[in-house]
Write a protein that binds this ligand. Sequence first.
Ligand code: NAD
Length: 508
Amino acid sequence: MWTLSEWKKRAAQQRFICQAQIEGKACDAKSGQTFAVINPATDQILAQVAECGDDEVERAVRAARRAYQRGIWARQSPTARKAVLLRLSELIMQHRDELALLDSLSMGKPVVEAWQLDIPGTAHFFSWYAESLDKIYGQVAPTAADAVATVTRSPLGVVAAIVPWNFPLEMAAWKVAPALAAGNSVLLKPAEQSPFSALRLAELALEAGIPEGVFNVLPGTGAVTGQALGRHPDIDCLVFTGSTRTGKRLMEYAGQSNLKQVWLECGGKSPNLIFADCHDLGLAAENAARAIFYNQGEVCSANSRLLVERPVYEAVVERLIALAAEWTPGDPLDPNSRAGAMVDARQTAKVMDSIAEARRQGARLVCGGERLTINGVTNYIQPTIFTDVAPDSLLAREEIFGPVLAVQPFDSEQQAIAMANDSHYGLAASVWSGSLNRAHRVAQALEVGTVSVNTVDALDICVPFGGGKQSGFGRDLSLHSFDKYTQLKTTWIQLHQSAAPGGDYEAG
Ligand code: NAD
């Protein structure tokens, strides 16, 4: 692993791709518009990047549609598509340092985290979907004997993916890998804060052998590029990870245009329930800290509400306060930093406003709560813990998307479940209990997409991820993800009685 000065040296030499990648070519926006991408750890501009408008979206959609209709990817044999995606996975690992650096420099996460988790994770998603694409079988329906009906999966056509900045390359891979594996053409719009790894992915995809036009990357803002994709009449499906507010807009765009399919992974306010019969309170506290402070708390499934049974409440809070110090942010390029900078000054200010509002609403600040200055830059926030959080306060209900934990006590299993479900989000939850009965009971009762028992934020490519309520709908990861990128086709073959003598079927 590299040292801080080695990462810094590497960062100083880093190339940033500033142009859109459409039909295998790098291009500027016709309007000449660009936007600045700023390193939140230095407040310096990394590059001015092309802002794609209607012209670029139109060109990219046409290229994607052409590629789809010509079948240069969609009708390649599964073996051939698999080989290309496996090659892409290898290339991602070969460029692990560079991709980790691109994400860290643009959104502030510790480079080591990106290097250890995000980039190998991304490579694994591509290889996993590559390996799965030739193992998906169709079905023969249980019809009466006078018919044969097959149910097969076909790609949708042109898929657009709009992704956030918190895990820039990984969130892109969650969508792009299965969409390509299923045979679609793909348009990817990375978040304006973190476009570089996606743009580099487009270059690597070409190198791996993905035909021109099949995978296009359109950098730009949500209001311009994102909206143009959302409203485009020739995109078949829009997949999204981001805020609930934007998710609602995308559904409007779809309704106002061509009724494209929309699949949403939105925000969360995930509860973590620690029962007094938990077998290892120390482990539960350690995980509770990780579940909110990892990635600066900028995680959609962050366990931002901690519900603790009263007999162990004080002990858990005490441990958490001690553990929080381990998550104090540092220079993202320092391999010893466990947390880094917030994504930008705006998000930092937004989180600090939420902290101020929590105080105003009477919550008790027991740890952190301050902005930190590192290398002269103020985009850092201390790990922060509040107790005495009122159930109807902003802190208990709204997603903060920062390192801020709300702790509340409970007195019974029923009360804990009611508190956990009292949210308009339904993404994830965690449960700590030594009782198998209780763990199953509570897991069944929680209104969320994923329940982690005696761990937090369980996530693996082999299990689906996604939520309900205003956390969205549809699932990423696992084979279930193909439900979003394929459509079922029924082919019904009516069998008729043979007219010719000696035919193969005679009615009795
Ligand atoms: P955001 O919704 O503002 O942005 C996400 C993406 O949507 C970006 O690419 C952005 O450019 C685009 N966008 C914004 N406005 C748009 C518009 N009007 N039309 C089309 N596209 C638009 O979210 P954010 O603040 O950047 O990201 C943080 C949010 O993402 C949090 O709320 C978090 O919970 C959520 N998130 C959810 C998951 C999940 O899997 N459920 C994962 C990560 C982040």
